[in-house]
Design a binder for this molecule. Sequence first.
Ligand code: SF4
Ligand code: F3S
Length: 106
Amino acid sequence: TFVVTEACIRCKYTDCVDVCPVDAFREGPNFLVIDPDECIDCAVCVPECPVNAIYGEEDVPADQQHFTALNAELSREWKPITKTKLALPDAEEWSRIERKLDQLKR
Ligand code: SF4
Ligand code: F3S
């Protein structure tokens, strides 16, 4: 499966959503996740993300490994998002901040 990681938090550009052939993205207040039960590993979402937040499960950076379980967990709670929409207001500012897991809203 593919995994959304920390870079997405408080950015939520949503460019990834439009290209997914199986509507695997789930939306929270300031982060998206991929439902591992839906993702077919096509990888087309990866280059769409302006902040490179999406990785194949086997390529998730060492310091981001917990995001694999977090995507699975939150995808059970959050609703599907299938259309791109405006990024969050301070997306550009937050795109430069690396450590922001403490900003995640559930
Ligand atoms: Fe959707 Fe493909 Fe990305 Fe999986 S890898 S979330 S199926 S676009
Ligand atoms: Fe997040 Fe990147 Fe998609 S910031 S919403 S994973 S385009």
